[in-house]
Design a protein around this ligand. Structure first.
Ligand code: SOE
Length: 389
């Protein structure tokens, strides 16, 4: 018989919705799971909005104070899907209250905060999980299986870029993601963190980086009224404010295993919406992936020999592919929201065995170290070793 585990979620916007959907659907698609999430309470500061979200997403109750939600005796897992500035106090409070933790990425707005958070979690001995959801794309998980089984041989190169274009319009308002105090950094932390996590997942740890960052639009109109992260919303006609984060970042990297990496994260790639992609080249084969075609993986194997060698397009929807057995018959593709369901499944299965699913809070710190190193490197215009940050 599966056991119940009570969930409290902080945040009801984009990520709050994605996580709610995952909790709602996970047991339907993974019926064998040993822990079943009970959607106990959702939390947000705007009572009208959080009450409506609770009803719409299927939560039993709501809170308007995160500290109260964390203290509630009927909550086992606190899922922190709030903006970056709120993570630190919420993660530390949850750890001290003995709650297991799911935290959105990047875990913190600074490396110092990330380290304090990890120390609190490690001291409390609670389980932790960071929502780097792209690891849970079947094609990405399959890419890792191919690499792990030696199909690519020695890895020479990883080229990764995460390209978006949602703020190219200079009239796009100064939303919280463009404020360093609230978001920590810009494209670098928000989407660069995903490709750093994927680099660690697929190739290994990064040893040093040489980076550059750029803010193309330095001032923007202030938002008119409440404005959500990616939604353009309204902008005021006259009041303007300073953009205090990067619009784009790019960096070279040397991996500890000797591979070379090139990385780009930008919100100024006009025409690119959510182009999270990588190319990995090894001595025996290569892989290409692009999230905008997330059900496909391109694979080249040198075993084919020169006459027939070429990239084959694998539609990653067979039972033989990671996570797919839980979903639909072959060829019936899955989407963005399913990556969160797969992730929540992995988290709960690990929790049921008293383990952390990867990436945990300490992996979150490793990513934060690379973010910090890229920023320092860009400021100093020189290479920075991860062990020096
Ligand atoms: C905004 O850039 C955003 O929603 C990120 O915050 C997510 O992590 C990314 O997956 C999609 O874009």
């Amino acid at each position: 018989m599966p056991k119940d585990v009570n969930i409290g979620l902080i945040g009801y916007a984009f990520m709050g919705k994605a996580h709610s959907h995952a909790f709602k659907d996970v047991a339907l698609f993974f019926p064998e799971m040993r822990l079943r999430p009970v959607m106990k309470a959702i939390c947000g500061r705007d009572e009208t909005a959080v009450k409506a979200a609770a009803k719409r997403y299927g939560w039993e109750s709501y809170e308007t104070d995160a500290a109260k939600l964390i203290r509630r005796g009927d909550i086992d897992v606190v899922d922190i899907s709030s903006p970056g500035w709120a993570h630190k106090s919420q993660v530390i409070a949850a750890a001290r209250a003995g709650k297991h933790i799911i935290c959105e990425k990047p875990i913190a707005n600074s490396l110092k905060d990330a380290r304090e958070m990890a120390a609190a979690v490690n001291k409390a001995g609670v389980k932790s999980f960071v929502m780097f959801n792209y690891r849970r794309v079947p094609a990405v998980a399959f890419a890792r299986e191919l690499i792990r089984s030696g199909e690519l041989g020695e890895i020479f190169h990883m080229r990764a870029c995460y390209l978006q274009d949602w703020i190219t319009d200079p009239q796009f308002p100064l939303v919280w993601r463009l404020d360093r105090k609230l978001a920590g950094s810009g494209a670098l932390g928000d989407i660069g963190s995903h490709i750093i996590d994927l680099a660690r997942f697929l190739v290994g740890d990064i040893a040093e980086v040489c980076g550059m960052t750029k803010t193309f639009i330095k001032e923007r109109p202030l938002p008119a009224g409440a404005s959500a992260g990616l939604a353009k919303g309204g902008a005021t006609k006259t009041a303007r404010g300073k953009v205090t984060v990067d619009d784009a970042a790019a960096w070279l990297a040397r991996f500890e295993n000797g591979a070379l990496g090139t990385f780009e994260a930008t919100r100024f790639a006009t025409g690119r919406k959510n182009y999270n992609s990588f190319e990995i080249y090894g001595s025996k084969g290569s892989l290409l992936f692009n999230f905008e075609e997330m059900n496909k993986l391109q694979f080249l194997s040198r075993k084919d020999g020169p006459a027939t060698e070429g990239f084959r397009e694998i539609v990653v929807t067979e039972g033989a592919h990671p996570y797919i057995k839980a979903w639909w018959p072959p060829g019936h593709i899955i989407g963005y929201e399913h990556t969160f369901v797969n992730a929540i499944y992995d988290f709960l299965e690990a929790l049921s065995r008293g383990k952390n699913a990867a990436p945990d809070i300490n992996d979150g710190v490793r990513v934060q170290e690379v973010l910090e190193a890229v920023e320092r490197s860009a400021a100093k215009r020189s290479w920075v070793r991860i062990k020096d940050v």
